[in-house]
Design a binder for this molecule. Structure first.
Ligand code: UDP
Ligand code: MG
Length: 334
């Protein structure tokens, strides 16, 4: 188990942590704080903390966080040293939070915090992970919806574990689930898949996803593609087998071709050479490039992981609660 877990246990634990990764969310963060606070106060959740992680925003998100922190001592404001990306910002929040239950929500209010009491009730019934499952997505482009749905179905075919479709990182997790997640050292994180990998009791919580409260999506196509490749390579080595399949296929094809050439030679018919040769060369060449590319994806990830660098760097943490225990940066123990 990693050092951070024991640190989290030493720090004065709260009953509930709400973890929110934020990147350029100045327009929405105050509203987020208001709605989350209302929910926490309204349901008698016991002690709670709101862990806001600023992921190197270029706007005034951090200033807004500091301002909110002076007004509300429940807030733990974490400033990362630069933009590390959604999954690592969330990881930072998960490693630093101390709650016995941890609620993960995006800053854009696409996922309603008002569902928390109902999710808590499921956890009271003994569930470790209550994950939101979208039954409807509003305010997102048709392209985003179809690509997301195609991606989840492809992923389902490729990976051996069961990663539920149409889920995000919106979920409520028990401390033991969060500890298990924090013990995973990998750099390329696909957190919703990693949570499925943990096992324990998990349950879907269907809900309607609304449009962003403010601002625009921080996941343009290129980031979505990168995320998809992370998800696939993180959970499956099946793409590596494509090389083997292609090899067998090419061998069968060349066997047939050789037979054809031999028969043509026996019958003394000349084989028209250039076009067939060119096609064979191009096909083989592109197959090889694809396979080398796939190998490269895995090799590159292996390389990054062997360096064992910390997943993120914290510039500062502003909180009124036990700063000392939290200030230790999380470091994978290799
Ligand atoms: N986010 C982040 N770092 C990034 C990109 C996004 O912390 O580099 C946060 C963002 O502020 C939001 C959450 O991750 O709270 C999800 O991002 P977004 O809403 O843009 O994704 P979408 O809902 O469009 O998939
Ligand atoms: Mg969003």
């Amino acid at each position: 188990m990693r050092a951070t877990n024991s640190l989290a246990e030493q720090a004065d634990n709260v009953d509930l942590s709400i973890v929110v990764p934020c990147y350029n969310e100045e327009e929405g963060i105050t509203e987020l704080h208001r709605r989350v606070s209302d929910v926490c106060k309204g349901m008698n959740a016991g002690s709670y903390e709101i862990v806001l992680v600023n992921d190197g925003s270029r706007d005034r998100t951090w200033q807004f966080m500091l301002e909110l922190q002076t007004q509300d001592s429940h807030i733990v404001a974490i400033n990362l040293s630069r933009n590390f990306g959604h999954q690592l910002a969330l990881t930072a929040g998960l490693q630093i939070c101390t709650g016995r239950r941890v609620f993960v929500i995006d800053a854009d209010l696409q996922d309603p915090p008002e569902l928390l009491p109902a999710m808590m009730a499921r956890m009271d019934a003994g569930i470790d992970v209550v994950y939101g499952q979208r039954i409807k997505r509003e305010g997102e482009s048709r392209f985003k919806k179809t690509s997301a749905s195609a991606f989840y179905r492809l992923l389902d075919r490729l990976v051996d574990i069961d990663i539920p479709v149409d889920t995000g990182d919106f979920r409520l997790m028990s401390r033991r689930a969060v500890n298990a997640l924090n013990a995973m050292p990998e750099n390329h994180r696909f957190i919703r898949g990693m949570v499925s990998w943990i096992g324990l009791k998990q349950e879907a919580f269907p809900y309607e996803r609304s449009a962003r409260f403010a601002g625009e999506t921080k996941y343009p196509l290129i980031k979505m593609l990168k995320f998809a490749v992370d998800a696939i390579t993180g959970f499956s080595t099946k793409p590596l087998r494509i090389a083997t399949y292609m090899g067998f296929f090419a061998a069968a094809l060349s066997g047939a071709l050789m037979l054809y050439v031999f028969v043509a030679w026996l019958l003394d018919r000349s084989v028209p050479g250039w076009s067939s040769l060119a096609i064979i060369m191009l096909t083989m060449g592109s197959c090889q490039l694809v396979v080398v590319g796939i190998l490269g994806e895995y090799l590159g990830r292996l390389y990054i992981e062997t360096k064992g660098r910390p997943l993120f760097v914290i510039q500062e943490i502003v909180t009124t609660r036990s700063v000392g225990a939290r200030a230790e940066p999380a470091h994978p123990s290799h």
